[in-house]
Design a protein around this ligand. Structure first.
Ligand code: NAD
Ligand code: G6P
Ligand code: MN
Length: 441
């Protein structure tokens, strides 16, 4: 079997060690001859890379490993880029979450003003990575899960239409794992789903087992009682804040009991509740810095100090195996059915053909073939039209350096109560993001 060469962009990410361990666990499905890390923060990446070097020497010495901040080294002679960068790192995520809360508005990484601010930072950096890939390995595929994926995906559609790019999110996968566990299946892979929406903004309309039996009634009933909370504690996102998100899905589903929803809709349906229970001085960014970041960097440093990964508590990110499924689908033309963020182009027949939507696709060596989901109901259509306009306005604002369009985007966001609040927020966000946003006029 051919062996592949992979660049992980955002080598210093907290998710990198789990993904590397997952790749090593799947070498029979996706053989690898080279892994490269690329990051623009050499020091941060060095800790993850130092530990990875030891892990690879112990578990797969045949794989060549390089960690670099040089684009040519990173992006030459590769088959895949797996991109998970965070422009501005957690320090800026913290601001994305805290600035809106100061104005009484939801502060969230990917939704509302926080997501818009993050989008304005991410677009340029993700496009830069795509340009490096196109320059040094034009045939390689760029698998993007850098957030905010909805806005980044729209930027790639509009501004890099001819590059090989796939945009994907792990939230539906995580939720499907919970659904499977709730109804006693051993894996989400026993289910086949219909789903439509935007990224972090969608609904499951049909869920069946491989024999075609309808599983949705049972799942709907579970969600209407418990949300996505299950008793299985081995599942990712075990923090208390995630558990409360999974529980809140019950109230989100109440708006359309015929379907089951993406958890992120809670920020749009219950913003007042979210603000009331937020601590403006300690948000999810603080939780992640005190939790996952300390843990991952601590464990990597231990591996470096001990010269061995023996006894490490770092574990395989099982749930990230969708990345291998995606790479395999491209590499071996498997036609695997996966939810991706793609140009609508008729998949949702009564919706903007140029919108980036999240729908099931068959993925093969030519990329994704979206599967038709048909017409969507008025409620969802109304919500999605408003939200997709926000996302498109952000990309236009970035591209045209337009203050006016970004003000419009913030005003149009369901989460922001008025144009005045939108303007006050915008002015604070501009100040905080000076080092990252284009200068708006
Ligand atoms: P992190 O801050 O730990 O890691 C991000 C890394 O990217 C850092 O090491 C940083 O130095 C690096 N970076 C920033 N700008 C860069 C640039 N221009 N070029 C190269 N490297 C750059 O963050 P994390 O929590 O591990 O998350 C990483 C990313 O993955 C985030 O965008 C997050 O939102 C995203 N994510 C997406 C999904 C999804 O469903 N799509 C799931 C999980 C995480
Ligand atoms: C889910 C979403 C991602 C998001 C992540 C945040 O996996 O799909 O888009 O980045 O949650 O998780 P965190 O633990 O960093 O809050
Ligand atoms: Mn996501």
């Amino acid at each position: 079997m051919k062996k592949f060469s992979i660049t992980i962009a955002g080598g210093g990410s907290t998710f990198t060690p789990g993904i590397v361990l997952m790749l090593l666990d799947n070498l029979d499905k996706l053989p690898i001859n080279e892994i490269k890390f690329y990051d623009n923060d050499e020091e941060r990446q060095a800790v993850i890379a130092g530990a990875t070097d030891i892990i690879l020497k112990e578990k797969a010495p045949e794989i060549t490993f390089t960690a670099t901040t040089d684009p040519e080294t990173a992006f030459s002679n590769i088959d895949f880029v797996m991109a998970h960068i965070r422009t501005g790192k957690y320090a800026m995520r913290e601001k994305d979450e805290k600035i809106p809360l100061k104005h009484g508005v939801v502060g969230q990484e990917t939704c509302g003003p926080g997501g818009i601010a993050y989008g304005m930072r991410s677009i340029g950096d993700v496009l830069e990575l795509i340009d490096f890939k196109d320059q040094y390995s034009p045939d390689a595929w760029f698998l993007n899960y850098s957030n905010p994926a909805a806005i980044v995906a729209e930027a790639t559609r509009k501004l890099r239409p001819d590059s090989n790019i796939l945009n994907i999110c792990d939230m539906p996968i995580g939720i499907e794992e919970l659904m499977a566990s709730a109804i006693g299946l051993s894996s989400r892979k026993e289910m086949e789903v219909k789903y439509y929406g935007l990224n972090h903004f969608g609904w499951w309309t049909d869920i069946r087992d491989k024999e075609g039996n309808d599983l949705l009634p049972q799942i709907r009933e579970h969600v209407s009682k418990y949300g996505y909370v299950t008793v299985d504690e081995s599942i990712q996102h075990a923090d208390a804040s995630w558990n409360s998100t999974f529980a809140k899905a019950k109230d989100v589903q109440a708006l359309d009991p015929a379907t089951v929803p993406n958890t992120y809709l809670k920020y749009y349906f219950y913003p007042d509740h979210e603000v009331a229970k937020s601590d403006p001085n300690y948000t999810r960014a603080n939780e992640v810095m005190d939790g996952r970041e300390k843990f991952v960097f601590g464990e990597c440093q231990k591996i470096i100090d001990n010269g061995t990964s023996e006894g490490t508590e770092l574990h395989i990110d099982e749930h990230a195996s969708y990345i291998v499924d995606l790479a395999r689908a491209i590499a071996f033309n498997t036609k695997e059915r996966m939810l991706l963020i793609v140009e609508n182009n008729g998949a949702i027949s009564n919706f903007d053909p140029t919108a980036m939507v999240e729908v099931p696709c068959l993925v093969g060596s030519q990329g994704p073939e979206p599967l038709v989901q048909g017409e969507i109901p008025r409620f969802q259509k109304g919500l999605m039209e408003q939200q997709v306009a926000v996302e498109k306005l952000v990309v236009e604002a970035w591209n045209e350096k337009s203050y006016q369009k970004l003000w419009q985007a913030l005003t149009l966001s369901r989460i922001v109560p008025s144009a005045q609040v939108a303007k006050d927020l915008l002015d604070d966000l501009i100040e905080a993001n000076k080092a990252y946003w284009p200068e708006l006029t």
